[in-house]
Ligand binder design. Structure first.
Ligand code: NAP
Ligand code: 3JN
Length: 341
């Protein structure tokens, strides 16, 4: 009989955790058992899974006994404390937070881009930031052909990237505005309904946000290309699901828009939607709930020698978080890089 791992979803009640359970179910991930963990606040909460319900357990230091694979999405401080404890007990952790992403001995993996990095994991594998994932899935096949020199990216990020409370905040504010009530702000420093905030995560010493610097550093690490220059502006927009990105790329070698379309139409995990005359281009409302990363508006940028502009959209909770983590877990199983009982 085939042997399957016991899987834990840590942060199962959150926006990403719920999507993890959905993704494990939809892809029929081969697990002996799936267990759901969150903080003491959610102990006993029931979450639908397949034709049953999982009862949420409180995450504790001894929670990883008998667990072979843990998918974490409970914030960086939970990952810092619990991921090493899990790994010490032989459990392999796929972590969605930024806690471990830039550690030299921890692989940061997007399966379509650098699956080979899984081979040197030591118990913890980091899942990149959502905005980085959808960008590198598109950039890598172009880099392989024409070598990227510089990337300028501006993002339009959905509120679901901030979690359950932010989804609620946008809903509430829209209702309050239509009812001519005062707008309540709990999650974001400014009104998000009918507004755009050039502010995601905290501001750093260099006046960039942490989200912007994640895009720079994670892209270079995943693509094994520290020489690629990346600059980012990350913006929160009043969209529920789906991050969009305007990406300007300068290459060392010649590449036309037509060639880029042909390359991307063969790229794993990518769907080209690029027929502007018919008003066909990627949209967040169509990417929501989908696994692919969509790219369109591919056109040449004549202000540099070899330049392209493009528009990239993906579901931030799926490819940007849960799906990428589950794809990593699937590869770990296939490559026998994980213990099975
Ligand atoms: P969320 O909706 O606020 O959910 C947070 C989850 O973490 C909840 O299940 C919460 O449980 C749990 N949690 C919080 N503190 C905990 C603790 N001390 N012990 C155990 N569980 C705890 O947030 P989210 O959007 O799902 O994001 C969760 C994390 O995933 C983020 O902090 C981030 O690190 C990561 N993330 C990554 C990406 C990406 O780009 N790849 C995107 C979004 C999020 P309770 O219900 O008990 O509070
Ligand atoms: O804001 C978004 O659209 C994505 C958010 C990601 C996020 C949210 C809270 C904490 C992260 C992340 O994955 O980079 C973190 C984190 O730093 O762990």
């Amino acid at each position: 009989m085939a042997k399957y791992p016991v899987v834990a979803v840590v942060g199962a009640t959150g926006a990403v955790g719920r999507e993890m359970l959905k993704t494990l179910e939809q892809r029929d991930f081969p697990a002996k058992e799936v267990r759901a963990f969150a903080s003491a606040r959610s102990k006993g909460t029931r979450l639908p899974f397949k034709d049953t319900e999982l009862v949420v357990e409180e995450l504790k230091e001894d929670s990883f006994k008998g667990i072979d694979l843990a998918l974490f999405s409970a914030g960086g401080s939970t990952s810092k404390k619990f991921a090493p404890l899990a790994a010490q007990q032989g459990c392999v952790v796929v972590d969605n937070s930024s806690a471990w992403r830039m550690e030299k001995d921890i692989p940061l993996v997007v399966p379509e881009v650098n699956p080979e990095d899984l081979h040197w994991h030591k118990g913890i594998i980091a899942n990149p930031n959502c905005s980085t994932i959808q960008m590198v899935v598109v950039l890598k096949p172009l880099h392989d052909v024409a070598k990227i020199k510089r990337v300028v990216v501006s993002t339009y990020q959905a509120v679901s990237g901030t979690g359950q409370k932010a989804i609620q905040e946008l809903e509430n504010q829209v209702r309050q505005i239509f009812n001519m009530q005062e707008v309540e702000k709990k999650v974001y420093p400014h009104q998000i309904a009918f507004n755009c905030l050039p502010h995601i995560d905290v501001f750093l010493e260099n006046d960039y946000t942490k989200e912007e610097m994640k895009m720079v550093l994670e892209t270079q690490k995943i693509m094994h290309a520290p020489e690629i220059k990346v600059t980012a502006t990350t913006v929160r927009v009043p969209v529920f699901y789906g991050h969009s990105e305007s990406v300007n790329v300068e290459f060392f070698n010649k590449i036309t828009a037509k060639e880029a379309r042909a390359i991307l139409s063969q790229a794993p995990g990518v769907k080209v939607l690029d027929n502007p005359r018919e008003n066909i281009y990627p949209l967040a409302i169509y990417a929501a709930g989908e696994d692919d990363t969509f790219v369109g508006r591919i056109r040449e940028d004549d202000t540099v020698e070899h330049g392209l502009n493009m528009w990239i959209v993906a579901d931030n909770l799926r490819k940007g978080a849960a799906l990428n983590a589950v794809q990593i877990a699937e590869l770990l199983l296939i490559k026998e890089l994980i213990r099975v009982p």
